[in-house]
Design a protein around this ligand. Structure first.
Ligand code: MRU
Length: 386
C-alpha cells in the first residue's frame, strides 16, 4: 500500500537549518542556596514556560511539595534531585527528615526517582547522625550529609545523561526524523536529560533531520517545554497534536520514536507520560524502532512488572480546561492518568548510562543493573539482538 505523503507546508515550521551545531543551554532547572541566603531550593517554574522564565524559591518542604504537585518541577531525574534536596532542606531547618522524605515521596507516586532521591538523602542523614556526640552535632552532620548526597545524585545524573547520549547515538540513523513525547531535556536533569540528550547528540553529529514534538496533552510538556528547549538549541523541530502521530508514522515521516521513562519495572515495562503506550503500538505497527532512554535510577527492580507500577491520576480540570479556561461543560468528569505503561515487548531498546538493553526483558535489565565487581571500570554493555 502506498504511504500518504506529508505536504511540504507541514514541514514549514522547521525554522532553522538542520544539521547546525547546538548552542549551549544556560537554564538551571533546580539549584540549592546555602545559608545565610538559604537554605533554599530554587526552581525554574516550568508551569510558566515558555512565556516567562521565573524562579520559585522554596524555603520549606511544604512549598517544595506544592511545587512538585503543580509540576513546577517535574520529570523523573529532576524529581530525584528535588526529593534529595528537599530532605537536605528539612535537615538544615532541623525538621523531621523522615517525615519530609515521606511527604515528598507521596507527592507524585509514579516517578520512582522522587522517593529514591529522598530515601538516599535520608539514609545519608541517618549514617551521619551515628557519629554525633550531641543533638546539635547530629543536626549539623545530618544537614551536611544530606546535602552532599543530593549533590552526588546531581553529579551522577549529569554523568548518566552524557553516557546515555553516547550510547543512544549509536541507534540514530543518518538524516534521522525522530518523534518524541513529553519533555526529557535539561529541564528534567542535572545534565542534558535522557531522550533529549540523545537528540542533541544526534544534532551535534549532523544526524538529525527533523524532530517531531508531540504536544503532550493535557499539560503540553511537549509544546511548551520540549519546543522551548529545541528552539534554544537550534534544532529543526515541529510540534504536532498527539493525535497526528498516527498519520505521521503512516506517511513514513518517522525513523525513530524516542521517549524517556518515569519508572521501568524489572521486566522492562515502561511507565511514561500518557500517550507513550499509543506511540509504542503505532511504532510496532509501522515497523519503526521504539526506543526508551532512562538512567538506571529509573529502573525499579522491586516492581516485578507493569501492573506493580502505581499510575498517578490528576485532577479533572487539567482535561476539562485548556490553559486555565474551562472548555468542557461545567461538572464534566474526566479520565486523567498522568502516565501509561508500555509492555516491554513493544520497546525495541532501553538506553541507560551503562549501555543498551536489547531485547528489553528481565534478563537484560538484571544484567545492566547488577553492580560491577570492585575495580571493574568499563561499562558492562548488554546488547543482544532479538
Ligand atoms: O508529568 P511529568 O511532566 O513529570 O512527566 C514527565 C515524563 O513523563 C517524562 O517523559 C519522564 O519523566 C522522563 S524525563 C527524563
Amino acid at each position: 500500500m502506498a504511504r500518504p505523503t506529508v505536504p511540504r507546508s507541514t514541514r514549514g515550521s522547521t525554522h532553522r537549518p538542520p544539521l547546525a551545531h547546538t548552542q549551549g543551554m544556560s537554564t538551571q532547572a533546580l539549584r540549592w542556596i546555602d545559608p545565610p541566603a538559604g537554605p533554599a531550593v530554587v526552581l525554574l517554574d516550568q508551569t510558566r514556560l515558555p512565556a516567562e522564565e521565573t524562579y520559585l524559591t522554596c524555603t520549606d518542604v511544604a512549598t517544595l511539595d506544592d511545587a512538585i504537585r503543580r509540576l513546577a518541577v517535574r520529570g523523573a531525574p529532576l524529581l530525584g534531585l528535588a526529593g534529595a534536596f528537599g530532605v537536605a532542606l528539612a535537615a538544615h531547618r532541623d525538621e523531621d527528615v523522615a517525615a519530609a522524605a515521606a511527604t515528598l515521596t507521596r507527592s507524585r507516586p509514579t516517578a520512582v526517582n522522587l522517593g529514591w532521591g529522598a530515601a538516599r538523602a535520608l539514609a545519608a542523614c541517618r549514617r551521619a547522625q551515628q557519629h554525633a556526640a550531641t543533638p546539635v552535632d547530629a543536626q549539623r552532620l545530618a544537614a551536611r550529609a544530606a546535602l552532599a548526597e543530593a549533590r552526588a545524585i546531581a553529579a551522577d545524573d549529569a554523568e548518566a545523561s552524557a553516557a546515555i547520549a553516547a550510547h543512544g547515538l549509536t541507534l540514530v540513523p543518518r538524516a534521522a526524523r525522530i518523534l518524541t513525547h513529553c519533555n526529557t531535556g535539561a529541564l528534567v536533569s542535572a545534565g542534558e536529560g535522557t531522550a533529549f540528550a540523545i537528540i542533541l547528540a544526534a544534532h551535534r553529529a549532523g544526524r538529525l533531520a527533523q524532530l517531531w514534538v508531540d504536544e503532550t496533552r493535557p499539560l503540553l510538556q511537549g509544546a511548551r517545554l520540549t519546543a522551548y528547549e529545541a528552539g534554544r538549541a537550534g534544532l529543526p523541530y515541529a510540534v504536532l497534536p498527539d493525535a497526528a502521530a498516527a498519520s505521521l508514522l503512516a506517511a513514513g515521516q518517522v525513523d525513530l520514536v524516542l521517549t524517556g521513562a518515569d519508572r521501568v519495572a524489572a521486566d522492562g515495562s515502561v511507565a511514561n507520560k500518557v500517550g507513550t503506550y499509543g506511540l509504542a503500538v503505532l511504532a510496532r505497527h509501522h515497523q519503526v524502532p521504539f526506543v526508551v532512554a532512562a538512567p538506571l535510577s529509573s529502573i525499579d527492580f522491586a516492581a516485578g512488572d507493569g501492573a506493580a507500577i502505581v499510575v498517578e491520576h490528576r485532577p479533572a480540570a487539567e482535561v476539562t480546561s485548556f490553559a486555565g479556561f474551562p472548555v468542557a461543560p461545567a461538572g464534566s468528569d474526566a479520565y486523567n492518568p498522568a502516565f501509561d505503561v508500555t509492555p516491554a515487548a513493544l520497546v525495541s531498546v532501553l538506553v541507560t548510562e551503562r549501555g543498551l538493553a536489547r531485547p528489553v526483558n528481565a534478563g537484560t535489565l538484571h544484567l545492566l543493573g547488577t553492580p560491577r565487581a570492585a575495580g571493574v571500570a568499563a561499562p558492562a554493555i548488554v546488547s543482544m539482538e532479538r
